[in-house]
Write a protein that binds this ligand. Structure first.
Ligand code: G1P
Length: 290
């Protein structure tokens, strides 16, 4: 029961980033110099994932091209002797056949996007990564979850504590802490108002799911925001199988939000020795004006 497949729902239109996303996939927006989606794909491979399943939509050509070879660029870098860059762009292209694309042809929600991958995933546990959730950590989150899965043999979601007034942005858990970083989930609710939220423990976009989830997603029941929600299918799955929350160590950035995206850029740039000093000087300088 090794986790070999990872589903990436990438069909969203990215309306929050218009005009940047008018003609370009939002997953291609760069954090420092790497598209958001590449961070998530690298995290999946680091966790031993062998097959990437992109659930795409219209206007995602740049994403497909990004993970394919570019003979013009490779040729030009070779001629100029830019070995480092050449290696970089060659290495980011997964072995041919390891990426599979399917389309979500209607924007019916996250649960529906995952359901679109049911025949490709088949009857085995799989991972789901929401690329918008970018996590800065020493231990990549999915690899940690795969280790936990080997022991717990059950579905799980990454979780973090949030401010109580933010519950309407997340799937929120009713859960018991059973180990230092593991919670056993009793119930879950998608985007509750703070007064209705069972806790401040929120789901972050990393999941490992048993294939039984597809039975529940297939019912296509609409939930919060009129969308088919993954959280609702997980809630139904809870009646049949245990589900755990893994409280990861690290800092999560919501790259689907303009402020979160800027914070991610700053945080990741500050990790780069070639950028750090100049940025810190700049931050100090502009702080004087605010
Ligand atoms: C989705 C999930 C939600 C989860 C969140 C994490 O919501 O539906 O349960 O907490 O991702 O980022 P979205 O942000 O796509 O609205």
């Amino acid at each position: 029961m090794k986790i070999k497949k990872a589903v990436f729902p990438v069909a969203g239109l990215g309306t929050r980033f218009i005009p940047a996303t008018k003609a370009m996939a939002k997953e291609m927006l760069p954090v420092v110099d790497k598209p958001i989606i590449q961070y998530a794909v690298e995290e999946a491979f680091a966790a031993g994932i062998e097959q990437i399943i992109f659930v795409t939509g219209r206007g995602k050509k740049a994403l497909e091209d990004h993970f394919d070879r570019s003979f013009e660029i490779e040729h030009s870098l070779m001629e100029k002797g830019k070995e480092d860059l050449l290696k970089q762009i060659q290495e980011l292209v997964p072995k041919t056949g390891t990426i599979i694309y399917t389309r979500q042809n209607q924007p019916l929600g996250l649960g529906h996007a995952i359901w679109c991958a049911r025949d490709i995933v088949g009857d085995e546990p799989f991972a789901v990564l929401l690329a918008d959730d970018l996590i800065q950590t020493d231990k990549p989150v999915l690899a940690e979850m795969v280790k936990k899965f080997d022991r717990l043999r059950a579905s799980m979601a990454a979780v973090m504590e949030i401010e109580k007034n933010q519950t309407d942005k997340y799937g929120i858990l009713d859960a018991q802490q059973v180990e230092e970083d593991i919670f056993r989930i009793d119930d879950m609710v998608e985007k509750p108002k703070p007064e209705d939220a069972p806790s401040n423990l929120a789901i972050v976009g990393r999941y490992i799911l048993t294939p039984r989830i597809f039975q529940h997603l297939g019912k296509e029941k609409k939930g919060a925001g009129g969308e088919i929600q993954l959280t609702d299918a997980m809630k139904a799955l809870l009646k049949e199988q245990p589900i755990f929350g893994y409280k990861f160590h690290g800092k999560r950035f919501d790259c689907g939000d303009k402020v979160g995206f800027q914070m991610a850029n700053l945080a990741f740039a500050l990790e780069r020795p070639d950028m750090r000093d100049r940025l810190i000087n700049f931050i100090k300088e502009i702080q004087k004006d605010v």
